[in-house]
Design a protein around this ligand. Sequence first.
Ligand SMILES: [Ca+2]
Ligand SMILES: [Ca+2]
Length: 97
Amino acid sequence: MSNKAPVKLDDEQLAELREIFRSFDRNDDGSLTQLELGALLRSLGLKPSPDQLETLIQKADKNDNGLVEFSEFVSLVAPELLPAKSPYSGGTIETAI
Ligand SMILES: [Ca+2]
Ligand SMILES: [Ca+2]
């Protein structure tokens, strides 16, 4: 494992993730099953096979209950989201529009 510090998302990204998480948490129990997570990932344009899904869940499932809670979901997808947003973008003002 080469994890140094936990990945940090800003409030906006967290709010976005929470919304996504909620909309795919069909039974509203605060956690995603393999089916729910699969639907979510497909909506993000990913096409995980059942095997990959299972591996993902095992990787994300820190408390080993077979479900992916929101915090587990965040640490799962955060590394995917961060490269899209440069941490050094502060100071650049968007005036192009
Ligand atoms: Ca659920
Ligand atoms: Ca869990």
